[in-house]
Design a protein around this ligand. Structure first.
Ligand code: GLC
Length: 748
């Protein structure tokens, strides 16, 4: 018997290695274009060492500041052929001027790349990525990425530093706002959609951009949730939780990767051969190029793994970095490093080649101005169809967390007291990383949304977002007393999340809580509408509010979208992609935790000696996958095509979902499994499928999922990618907080 098991496991390992090789072969190889490779050979043969180093240099033009200001005479360097790419240039004439210098005033006339942070829109701003992830609508996410790229490319940009695909389980970390939540499977699916939306099918299409998978890797797991802080984890956790979205990026054909600021297990990600060579190139077969994050080469001095900037540059380039963002280290020191024998010129040639290859594939050598001439920016930017898409995306990204006695949707006949520091806001509503979004008033506030609808309401600000001043309370209470229902728009400023914006508290500012308490005294029902870039501690607010609508930072059309949802023109369908803790002390709290040896949730558990807190339940306030609708959906008749899954025979799992309420609506049906026994402990549940379906009231649909051996695979303690025979539990549910109802066996 033991022999059979051993052989079975050997077979499994061999099969899994074949699978992973097969995946690597499926990777899009940029270096497979023989004609481009020939052109690269001849161009590189003409280039001096300094000119090759020039292709590894990226400088900011500083029209936008996205890090510690470090001024470089980049135009002087450009004329000397020592710059390969510029970022933060956002004016077509300026881009044309820089490209003209590169093409006409340098010895070889090599065109520049132009990069920018087009994270959730360029001019038309979509909801922040964390918000859009809550739509679970992959086609929508691809579409908004495509429109953002169309707008950005219309002014001459050809590279975006997106998608940000860092899994994170810690809402103290401000950059959860830019990511896709806590789940690896969902984040991987979203990554594929984003890369396709950004790059399209042809890199030479002048309405698309190079994508950039960032931040490689595990940046979302900083100690204490403090941005840029230390990341230290087992390789098993790294491979099973944090790396898969990046592997999906490679498989989707992402053209570039960006290294993370953090160290990983003692080695800065910017000079980490394990990440950049072993994983990215050798295991995944990536052949795009790797850029550092902003001055992250220089920051190795602070990390303390090098003595000098020259050493930092040598470590980075030898580890697999191809381009130095803003640090100026490659430009200043790499020639010396080559001449001193510290770095082999072949490595410089390879880095320059990887950058030049993208310029050929973008078509920049055929026409350096193609991205400037392809579209007329004035016809593209803020196009009505883009604004309409922004409105749709915002509504689909909102999550209805509470709706006591169906107080929502509002009725037109009701008199509404629209109150709160963000009710008439057109600034914060865009969130952070807004590219060339306009904070001066073109975004639609909730108040403007109400006015456009002709809603029956009175308005009072009540208080500022943070300032401890109650002068506005009196008027707010007056407006509230004369209304049927209070809509209170509260939340964070756009600066309270995003980069360098970690918080030790994830609560609403005190002044806003005091306003909520004062309004509660009026006895009027309260609908709490939230603007925020992270999960918040809503434990107290959830006891006071009759309804809670999570709108995140909803973008240029946010006010219209929020009005659409509040008045029922759109039935909310978003579901959380990050758990909402009961308080900051619970962090990290996420759905796919481990069971432990003293679980709190089994009948025979001795309730004292179990893994729990003595002051709050273990469960989050709102779990992963949770979101309400104005209608109800019933799940029944789950069927499995077989109770045994094998490598050759996947199983199909299906369920009947019925819209049993009074509104048409969309439902995100979720499939979770649990590997009951394995060679390492496995999560209590894992998302392995989801389907967003539209059902008219009364309509039933049978929703099906296919489970394959791939869905059961994980890295074991020997770091083998395996699926192990055994029993698996399964559930199809509206969110993660449901019991398992079925099981199946996996057999070799
Ligand atoms: C920033 C961010 C990164 C961004 C880059 C360029 O510091 O970490 O996400 O793409 O610098 O702006």
């Amino acid at each position: 018997m033991i022999n059979i098991m051993r052989n079975a496991l050997i077979l499994l390992v061999v099969m899994s290695l074949l699978l992973s090789c097969e995946q690597k072969n499926s990777v899009k190889h940029f270096s497979s274009n023989a004609e481009v490779e020939r052109k690269l050979d001849s161009l590189l043969s003409l280039m001096t060492l300094e000119e090759k180093i020039g292709q590894t240099v990226l400088f900011s033009s500083h029209s936008t500041v996205t890090g510690p200001v470090m001024n470089h005479n980049y135009i002087t360097y450009l004329k000397q052929g020592q710059v390969g790419a510029i970022f933060n240039a956002t004016n077509a004439d300026f881009i044309r001027k820089l490209q003209k210098i590169a093409v006409e005033e340098t010895r070889l006339g090599i065109p520049l790349l132009f990069g920018y942070d087009v994270i959730h829109g360029y001019k038309t701003i979509f909801p922040i990525p964390l918000a859009e992830s809550c739509s679970w609508d992959l086609k929508l996410l691809e579409k908004t990425a495509k429109v953002a790229s169309k707008e950005a490319s219309s002014i001459g940009l050809n590279w975006t530093f997106a998608p940000m695909i860092d899994v994170s389980r810690d809402p103290r970390w401000g950059r959860v706002a830019e990511g896709n939540g806590e789940d690896t499977y969902l984040a991987s699916k979203i990554t594929t959609a984003r890369v396709k939306g950004i790059q399209g099918d042809d890199l030479a299409d002048p309405q698309t951009l190079l994508s950039c998978a960032k931040h490689f890797a595990a940046y979302g797991a900083p100690q204490a949730g403090r941005d840029y802080h230390t990341v230290d984890m087992s390789e098993i956790t790294l491979r099973n939780v944090y790396l898969p979205p990046f592997k999906s990026a490679v498989q989707a054909g992402a053209a570039t990767f960006m290294t993370a600021f953090n160290e990983l297990n003692g080695v800065p990600a910017t000079a980490n051969p394990f990440l950049l060579d072993q994983i990215l190139r050798k295991e995944w077969g990536f052949d795009g190029f790797v850029v550092t994050d902003y001055t992250s080469v220089n920051e190795m001095i602070h990390h303390g793994n090098v003595n000098t900037l020259q050493e930092a540059g040598e470590e980075a380039i030898k580890s697999g970095v191809d381009m130095d963002m803003q640090g100026g280290v490659f430009r200043k020191f790499l020639a010396k490093s080559v001449k001193s024998g510290k770095v082999d010129e072949s490595r410089i040639t390879k880095a320059a080649r990887s950058v030049l290859r993208m310029k050929y594939l973008l078509g920049l050598f055929d026409d350096p101005y193609r991205y400037l001439d392809a579209q007329n920016a004035s016809d593209v930017l803020l196009h009505p169809s883009h604004l309409e898409l922004a409105r749709t995306s915002a509504a689909k990204s909102m999550v209805l967390l509470k709706n006591k006695q169906n107080i929502l949707p509002l009725r037109s006949s009701q008199k509404v007291a629209l109150i709160g520091p963000l009710a008439d806001d057109e600034y914060h509503i865009l969130g952070n990383w807004i590219g060339q979004g306009d904070r001066s008033g073109t975004a639609v506030s909730v108040k403007e949304g109400f006015e456009a609808r002709g809603a029956h309401f009175s308005y009072a600000k009540g208080c500022e977002i943070e300032a401890n001043n109650k002068e506005g309370f009196e008027k707010a209470l007056q407006v509230a007393k004369n209304a049927d229902v209070i809509v209170l728009v509260a939340g964070e400023t756009e600066r309270m999340s995003g980069e360098a914006a970690s918080r030790t508290s994830i609560s609403l500012p005190d002044i806003q809580k005091e306003l909520i308490a004062a309004l509660n005294e009026t006895g009027k029902p309260i609908v709490l509408v939230l603007f925020n870039g992270r999960p918040l501690d809503l434990s107290w607010e959830s006891t006071i509010s009759d309804a809670i609508l999570e709108t995140w930072f909803s973008g240029t059309a946010g006010g219209h979208a929020i009005t659409d949802v509040l008045y029922g023109d759109v039935n909310p369908s978003g579901k959380l992609t990050m758990s909402f803790p009961r308080n900051v002390g619970q962090i990290p709290v996420f759905y796919n935790e481990k069971h432990t040896g003293r679980p709190h949730d089994i009948p025979e558990a001795n309730e004292r000696y179990t893994s729990k807190f003595i002051d709050v339940p273990n469960s989050p306030l709102y779990p992963f996958g949770f979101g309400l609708s104005y209608t109800t959906f019933d799940y029944k008749n789950v069927t499995l095509s077989s109770d045994t899954l094998t490598t050759q025979n996947p199983i199909t799992v299906s369920v009947e979902v019925t819209n049993s309420g009074n509104f048409d609506g969309e439902e995100i049906v979720q499939l979770y499994i649990k590997d009951k026994v394995a060679s390492i402990t496995r999560p209590v549940k894992e998302l392995k499928g989801f389907e967003k379906v539209f059902l008219k009231k009364g309509e039933m649909q049978r929703v099906s999922f296919e489970l394959t051996v791939e869905d059961l695979m994980f890295y074991n303690s020997n770091l083998e990618w395996v699926a192990e025979p055994g029993v698996f539990e399964l559930m199809i549910a509206p969110n993660s907080d449901h019991p398992f109802t079925h099981f199946f066996k996996f057999k070799i």
